[in-house]
Design a protein around this ligand. Sequence first.
Ligand code: PMP
Length: 299
Amino acid sequence: FDDRDGFIWMDGDLIPWRDATLHSLSHGLHYGSCVFEGERAYGGEVFAMTEHHERLKASAELMDFEIPYSVEEIDAATRKVLEVNDIGDGYVRPVAWRGSEMMGVSAQKNRIHLVIAAWDWPAYFSPDARLQGIRMTFGKYRRPDPATAPVHAKAAGLYMICTLCKHDAEKRGYNDALMLDWRGQIAEATGANVFLVQEGRLHTPTPDCFLDGITRRTVIGLAKDLGYEVIERAILPDELDKTDEIFITGTAVEVTPVAEIDDRKFKVGEITRSLVTAYDNLVNRRDGRTAHASIAAAE
Ligand code: PMP
């Protein structure tokens, strides 16, 4: 992935893709002082771009550092990266980390770097493939308690848990893992939030120890507009037995139905299908609304 043509924005400049390197003694690499975002462009425009960059700044603050660019500057740099790389449908990855000036647990004065890269990423699943639903299993590790880590930061260190759970799931033949939290409640997938449909209502875990996804909030708004009741609450895994439909939401997976969790099977039902379509229409600007309006409708 490091050996290809294109340009990456690094600390204020657009530089050739292959030259966008960092020093091996970076604090971000050794001690996890690193935050990032995952964004998606549809027809050359990032969906919910400002929301992503506000979260990037907020994640850095939770990790005790400040990204030396404003949200507006990060928005403008992102537009430039899409333009120079000629990206229509693509993925955008900003990442910020502490540099290499001082080596040690404390590195308060180390420079904060910011990189923004983007690459083509056409629809991941065809609509038919997506509607088959994915197969999940329970995660090998749990999401930590908010007293243990800054759980609302999109921080690289927290992804250690996600990668270990996802690898374990893949090695056992599943697509993804459903992680519980430290209390044993259902939390989220390894890169997405989760919704359950029970008796025609949507239920989703309260995001008190994991990322309150931008897609999650968007989908709550879309569901309410479609007239569905959405309940945020604590959900125990036993409840999967009385769940009719289940789906995950995230920038990368969009709205993806879940067909199986271990030996439990779920239908890809009408409510899931209607939200797959509504989300697709929204991000591709076919319903005349913005992400902002849909997120506002969730509140
Ligand atoms: N949880 C985790 C662990 C994630 O990595 C993501 C993807 N960023 C999400 C939830 C969903 O967040 P969003 O909808 O903002 O992409």
